[in-house]
Design a protein around this ligand. Structure first.
Ligand SMILES: Nc1nc2c(c(=O)[nH]1)N[C@H]1C(S)=C(S)[C@@H](COP(=O)(O)OP(=O)(O)OC[C@H]3O[C@@H](n4cnc5c(=O)[nH]c(N)nc54)[C@H](O)[C@@H]3O)O[C@H]1N2
Ligand SMILES: Nc1nc2c(c(=O)[nH]1)N[C@H]1C(S)=C(S)[C@@H](COP(=O)(O)OP(=O)(O)OC[C@H]3O[C@@H](n4cnc5c(=O)[nH]c(N)nc54)[C@H](O)[C@@H]3O)O[C@H]1N2
Ligand code: SF4
Ligand SMILES: [Mo]
Length: 727
């Protein structure tokens, strides 16, 4: 028997904690935290450790599955599956064109460089239009705000946690989520260090969260952030607290922004924010006067009705107070691979290059709002979505109006899913193709270096061979593409990458393999990137070979370099634009949702330590202790509705209704109810199915008017609801 201990890293969420995998005869026996990882230093959460149960889960899909006429799944060979799928694809493309083909890629895809690269290569080479992702339920508003501010969608500032004196955090709960759109192992320590050195952390959240309990809490009303941020800017301008020097140096359009926020006094906004005007005024003054301050917002600010505006105002507030691109402020990390720069030059993906057939929404980095996917399937006419692939996604559970989507999926001519489970979406797929887990593939976290206040990276080989017949997504995409005559990295804008590759192949010994592979592309991108070894020209620079010699990861710098705004901003003149029409118009027209006595409360999301979106409810270690799906309700709201702790209650919105257990807690501000997403399972995962609960997204709307206009964000927070006791 051979036992090996292999360093790798966790790819469930963004800190990417170092792990040690114990492998016996090709099987994973255990995962534990890696003490030698330079940043996570022996820290990992229960989900990371419990991933061994997913790796070894008997419910995993390990062989290609085909759905029979009776609706059951049967095992088929890879060749059968790929041949049949591509034959049907060729038929559909011949009859309806490539526009009839679409893809939805879910959250775990962003933790696999090879999946992302091949997906993008295929999308561009095939000219796919119907591309959707978890991004419209997560972060696309952030990219659009960056496009408007900086002219560069992929340039996103992160809070400089190690040096800041004041962190204003809106709609984020890093004590549970472990941080998002910032890659920070041991995030709790980083946050408490701020207050330990005399600084402040202020958490703006309708719920008194785990994070808010450690620091200062501002209990904003759900979806009130745009008003709060505008009011803070109003106070700062009115009282002359802005950093005039920074504005002169960095910004254009200050006057217009100042005029647009003038009506948002703390008094005028108090009813919408639920906050006393004195409190908002003091917060604005304190932020402006802090030695340094960072402003950071996450999903709580991304899923309301004004998500792009809110993301925009978050950075505007940092800039106006002189805290953008300076130590301790909101800072721009250096990318491991110069994606933003390359994209600025070659224009691979951007914002508003295309419009969706339904609703005319602008694309965000090549993707359309997932909220319209169902209507794109069911609405007849040219360009109708007829064949859909999902990879690493469970959209029925994660996008608004799950029931509508489930019934639309059943109308597809062809539905293929690449996943590790039969989940709540692909249970009606024609084929399910088994993907490898992250332990079964090599990886390098390409996008995350720029999001880490301490820049670092790590390369890992696979630690076990794929179980059963599981295959990496890129290989599946490659095989399908080849069979329908599409070559990722050969056509369209991707040709540039292909050309670069063939030039380098001629010059660099060892780069001679016939087809590009992810490892080859990653090595190339890394070596020619900002930290790269430039094929020997830069001593100590990065290459995969160098990273293989440091299997626990490499810290690349002590801190993010500041003073880089000129390089970040792509607008002519090199200044941050504070007055884009889209934003100024929205500020002028901003109105609160009219009160509806039928739905007096608002629902928001909630993440729990032992859940991960929809896909870790099959893990025994995480489900112990009778976990159940529950709505968190303020006791006063519960009393009005006639509901007691532990009761079953009906939650209704104008769009649907679900039943869940009620948990009364003073943690909720009055008027707001929190319900986790990702429950109510009907997949092939036995324990998850048995865990009960409901799909909270059945309450959410896909009406075009409810999809945020600028970034196509789904409205999942602050949605009006009513509570009723269940008889
Ligand atoms: N109401 C409400 N809805 C929300 C949110 C919310 O806060 N409130 N949050 C939103 C957010 S931020 C997100 S990111 C989305 C998530 O939305 P999705 O990405 O659509 O859904 P997940 O639950 O992450 O499901 C991931 C799927 O990938 C599979 N999987 C796991 N690892 C791999 C792998 O390595 N390869 C492959 N091929 N498959 C794999 C899992 O089995 C699972 O089926 O949900 C969104 N929905
Ligand atoms: N344990 C665990 N960790 C996770 C995940 C998970 O499912 N479980 N999911 C991962 C994913 S995909 C993501 S994107 C990240 C998300 O990372 P975070 O955004 O940090 O995670 P959340 O816990 O959703 O925090 C959002 C907070 O916003 C608050 N909120 C809701 N509505 C509003 C509002 O209108 N205004 C304000 N100001 N706040 C509001 C909620 O109460 C909540 O505390 O977490 C990742 N990490
Ligand atoms: S916090 Fe947990 S789930 Fe996230 S990367 Fe670390 S170990 Fe994995
Ligand atoms: Mo997410």
């Amino acid at each position: 028997m051979s036992t090996r201990e292999l360093p790798t890293y966790c790819r469930i969420c963004e800190p990417l904690c170092g792990l040690i995998a114990t492998v016996e005869d090709g099987r994973l026996v255990q995962l534990r935290a890696d003490k030698e990882h330079p940043l996570s230093r022996g820290n990992a959460c229960p989900k990371g450790i419990a991933f061994s149960e997913i790796q070894n889960d008997p419910d995993r899909v390990l062989y290609p599955l085909r759905r029979t006429a009776a609706g059951e799944f049967e095992r088929v060979s890879w060749d059968t599956a790929l041949d049949e799928i591509s034959e049907r694809l060729r038929g559909l493309i011949a009859e309806h064109g490539i526009e009839s083909l679409g893809w939805y890629f879910g959250n775990p895809s962003s933790f696999s460089y090879s999946h992302t690269l091949w997906m993008l290569g295929f999308q561009m080479a095939a000219g796919l239009k119907h591309v959707y992702s978890a991004g419209s339920q997560d972060v696309n508003n952030r990219f659009v705000a960056s496009q408007l501010l900086y002219g560069s969608a992929t340039s996103v500032p992160v809070p400089d946690l190690d040096r800041t004196d004041f962190l204003l955090m809106l709609g984020a709960n890093p004590l549970v989520s472990h941080g998002s759109v910032m890659s920070v192992p041991r995030v709790r320590e980083k946050l408490t260090a701020i207050t330990e050195r005399g600084g402040r952390v202020v958490v703006v959240d309708p719920r008194h969260t785990e994070t808010a309990k450690l620091f200062e809490h501002v209990g904003v009303r759900a979806d009130g952030d745009a008003w709060l941020l505008a009011a803070m800017l109003q106070v700062i301008f009115e009282e002359g607290l802005e950093d005039a020097e920074a504005l002169r140096r960095q910004a254009a359009g200050v006057r217009e922004l100042r005029a647009a926020v003038a009506r948002f006094t703390p008094e005028a906004t108090a009813a919408v924010t639920g906050l006393e005007s004195d409190r908002v005024r003091a917060l604005a003054r304190d932020l402006a006067r802090a030695e340094s301050a960072a402003v950071y917002g996450r999903t709580g600010t991304c899923l309301g009705r004004h998500a792009t505006l809110v993301a925009f105002l978050i950075d505007a507030l940092a800039l106006v107070t002189g805290n953008l691109d300076r130590p301790g402020g909101s800072v721009f990390g250096k990318e491991l691979v110069a994606v933003s720069e390359l994209n600025a030059r070659l224009g691979f993906v951007g914002y508003g290059k295309n419009r969706s057939r339904i609703g005319g929404f602008p694309d965000v980095l090549g993707t359309f709002p997932a909220a319209i996917m169902a209507k794109e399937i069911t609405t007849p006419g040219p360009g109708r979505l007829r064949a859909l692939f999902t990879s690493a996604g469970n959209p029925v559970s994660s996008v608004p109006n799950g029931r509508e989507l489930a019934s639309a999926l059943a109308q597809l001519d062809l539905f293929v899913s690449i996943d590790i489970y039969v989940n709540d979406s692909n249970r009606t797929a024609d084929y399910i193709l088994p993907a490898t887990t992250f332990l079964e593939r090599d990886d390098i976290p390409l996008p995350f270096t720029a999001l880490s206040p301490t820049p670092y990276t790590q390369y890992t080989e696979r630690v076990v061979e794929p179980y059963g017949e599981a295959r990496e997504e890129w290989r599946i995409i490659d095989a399908l593409a080849t069979r329908i005559g599409v070559q990722p990295f050969a056509i369209g804008p991707a040709r540039a990458a292909g050309r670069l590759l063939s030039t380098l192949r001629r010059r660099v010994p060892g780069l001679s393999s016939a087809r590009p592979t992810p490892t080859l592309l990653a090595d190339l991108a890394l070596r020619t990137g900002p930290y790269g070894d430039l094929f020997g020209l830069r001593r100590g620079g990065l290459s995969l070979r160098m990273l293989r010699r440091h299997p626990h990861g490499v810290v690349l710098a002590d801190a993010i370099t500041t003073g880089v705004l000129r390089d970040v901003v792509q607008h002519k003149g090199g200044r941050v634009r504070l007055d884009p029409d889209e934003i100024i118009i929205e500020l002028h027209t901003l109105t609160d949702r009219p009160a509806d006595p039928a739905y007096p409360l608002r629902v928001i999301g909630l993440r729990e330590l032992k859940s991960h979106n929809s896909w870790m409810h099959n893990v025994e270690l995480l489900m112990r202790g009778d976990r159940e799906h529950a709505a968190r309700i303020n006791p006063k709201d519960a009393a009005v509705a006639g509901i007691s702790d532990g009761d079953r209650c009906r939650v209704s919105s104008a769009h649907g209704c679900i039943e869940v257990t009620a948990r009364l807690t003073e943690d909720m501000t009055e008027g707001t109810v929190a319900i986790p997403h990702g429950w109510g399972h009907r997949g092939g995962w036995q324990r998850a199915n048995a865990a009960g609960g409901a799909n909270v997204n059945d309450l959410m709307s896909t009406d075009l008017a409810d999809v945020e206009r600028l970034a196509g964000m789904s409205n999942l927070n602050g949605v009006p609801i009513r509570l009723d006791p269940v008889a």
